[in-house]
Design a protein around this ligand. Sequence first.
Ligand code: GLC
Length: 741
Amino acid sequence: MIGTIKKTIGVLSFSILCACGSQSATTLQGAIYADPSQPVERRVEDALSRMTIEEKVALLHAQSKFSSAGVPRLGIPEVWCTDGPHGIRPEVLWDEWDQAGWTNDSCTAFPALTALAATWNRDMSLLYGRSIGEEARYRRKDVLLGPGVNIYRTPLNGRNFEYMGEDPCLAAKMVVPYIEGVQSNGVAACVKHYALNNQETGRMTVDVEVDDRALYEIYLPAFKAAVDGGAWAIMGAYNRYRGEHCCHNKRLLNDILKGEWGFDGVVISDWGGVHDTRQAVENGLDMEFGTWTDGLKSGSKNAYDSYYLADSYLDMLRKGEASTETLDDKARRVLRLIFRTSLNSEKPLGSLNSPEHLEAARKIAGEGMVLLKNDNGLLPVDLSGMRKILVVGENAVKMMTVGGGSSSLKVRHECSPLEGIRAAVGDRAEVVFERGYVGDLSGSYNGVLTGQDLGESRSEEQLIADAVRAAAEADIVLFVGGLNKSDHQDAESFDRMVYGLPYAQDRLIEALAEANERLCVILVSGNAVAMPWVDRVPAILEAWYSGSEAGNALVDIILGKVNPSGKLPFSFLRKIDDCAAIAGNYFPGGEKVEYGESIFVGYRHLDREGIEPLFPFGHGLSYTTFEYDGLTADRSEMDRKGSIELSLRVTNTGDRDGSEVVQLYIGDEESSLPRPVKELKDFRKVELRKGESRVVTFTITPDMLRFYDPQKGWTAEKGEFKAYIGASSRDVRATIGFRLS
Ligand code: GLC
C-alpha cells in the first residue's frame, strides 16, 4: 500500500514537473527513466526527453581512453568499455594504453577465438561468453570489445588468431552463443571489426573493393548472425570500403546494418577510426573512441571536446546544419545500451579468476585442440615403461597471454606447456627440456611484464645440436613451437611476412625427426603454417593460443585424459600460392585491395581449383574412429516453403569414448552464377561412448540453398543440389542428391 502511494506521489510530482518544462527537471525519485520496473524503451524516451543537446552529444564520444560520459545531472552513468575477446584487459590510466599498475585486475585468459571456433561446439561458445562476461561484469565494464569475426582470407593476417576462421557459416553459428553468454551478464558484446578488416597491412587506410556476392555471402554473414542474435554493439573497422571509412560508411552502417538488418544497438568506432564529422554524423556512427591514435600507439592528449562527434558536431547542431532527429537516434541508442547494461537492475554479480573460469578455459582449450596427424597411434603417450620425455621448443615455456595487440592480457597465472607436462607426468618419467630455438625475447606489453628471462647465449647450431643429442636419448620427443605474439607473427597491426615457421624451426624439426622417429610436433599458433617436414613427423597437434590453462589442456590431450575432437576452422595450405588472394595478387600492396577472388575463399577456392590442402577445413582426428552409414532423406524434392530431413547413423567404432563433428555441406549442381562446389551449411558435434551409435539429423531449408545475386538479391534457384556429409571438407563420407522445385 505504502509503495503504491509513494509511486503515485512520484508519478504525480513527475507529471507536474513535466508540465512546467522537463528540461528543468532533475533526477526524480520515481521518474520513469529511474524506475527499473519500467520497460527499457520507456526509460530511454523519458531520459531523452530530459536531456539538453550538449548532454546528448556528450554521450557520443569518449571522455577517456575507454569510457564515454553519462548524464551526471540525471544520474545516468558513464559507459565503460574493455578489451578484449580472450579476457579482460588490465585497467589503464585515464588516457593511456599502458596498464595503470592496479593489483586487482589480473584476469583469466581464455583460449583465442580460433581455438573456440575449432571446438565446433556451440555449448563451448556459450560457456566462453558467459565466463568472460562474468569477468567483465565483475570488473564493472559495460561493453566487451569482442568477439572478432573477420574472415580468414589469407594465412598472413596478423589478427587471424582473434577470429573464427575462413567459413561464414561456422563463424556465424559460433559467434551467437558467445554474444548471448556475455550479454547474460548485463555486459554488451561489441562484435568487430565491421567490416572487411582482413589484413593488418595499412589497416587504417586500405580501401577494400569487393563484389556484392562476396560481401553478402562471405564477409557479412557472421555480423548479420550477431545482429540477429541480439548483439548490443558493433565496432566499425579501420579500413575503408568503396572509399569511405567503415566507422562512418553509409552503405555498411545505414543501408545494411541499421536498414536491412534493423540493428538497434550502438555502432562504436575502432580506436582512431573516425576521420570526418559530417560523415560520422550522417553515416551511422554512434560512439567515437580513440581519435588520433593508430589503435595501438600514439595515444594523444587531445581534449576530448575536439573529437569529431564533440564540439564540431555541437557547432553543426547550433547552426542548424545537422538534424536533431539524427542526434536523438544516436543518443537513444547509447541510452538503450546504458539501460541494457549499467542500469540493468537484473544483471548478475559476475566473478573474476574463479576456479570455474579456469576450468572453462581448460575445457574449451582441450576441445579446440586439433589432432592433425597421428601415425602409429603415437598419441596418446603411454607413460608405462617410459623413462624420459624430451620437450623441445621456446613455445613450451614462453608466455603467450602477453602481447599481440589489444587482446593482450595480465593473467594471475599462465600454465605453460612444459609446466603442464611436468605436473601431469610427475615422477612417472623424467621430463627434460631443450630450448631448441630462440624466438621472441620480449617480456612486456603495454606495461605488463611476463617476468620471464628468455635470454640465450648458445648459437642456433648449438641449440639444435643440444636438442638432437637429447632427442637421441629420449623415449618420445614433444616439439612445442609455432608462432608467437611478436610483430609479424600473430599480432595486431602487423601481417606475417612469410608463410613458413620462423626461427629455423623447420631445420630443427627435420633434425629431431632424424634423431628420434617418435616425434610429435605441437604448434602454438593462430595461423596455418607450411610444413615441409610433414611426411617425417608421425604426430602433429594444433594447440592454438590456449590461455591461462594452456599447459594443462595440452597435457590432457597428450596423455589421453581428453580425447581430441577439434576440427580446423581454416584450411592449412601446402604453400602460400594455394591461397586465392595471394595467387591473384590481391593482397596488401597499395591503398586499394581488390578482393578479386570474390567468394572463392579458403576451401571454396581449393575445391574449385582441385588443390590438395595440407590439412583441410573441418579436419581433425580423434583417438577413436567413427563410421557413418545409412544416409537417407525423407524426400528427394522440396519447394520454397518446404524442407528435407536428412538422417544418418554415426558409430564410434574405436576402443574409447570420443566426439565427432558431423558436417553438412551443400552444392548447387546447376546455377546461373558461379558457385563453390560445396559450402558448409550446418554441423553437429556428437559425443559417443565406444561402440555407441547415434542417429544424426539435419534439416535442409531453402535459405541454405541461396546465393546472393547482385541483380536480384538472395536467390535460391530451382534445380539439382547435392548434400555432402563429411568428417571434414575433404573427408566426405556420404552424399545424397535432391531437387528444389
Ligand atoms: C584496437 C583494435 C580493436 C580494439 C581497440 C581498443 O586498435 O583494432 O580491436 O578493441 O583498438 O583497444
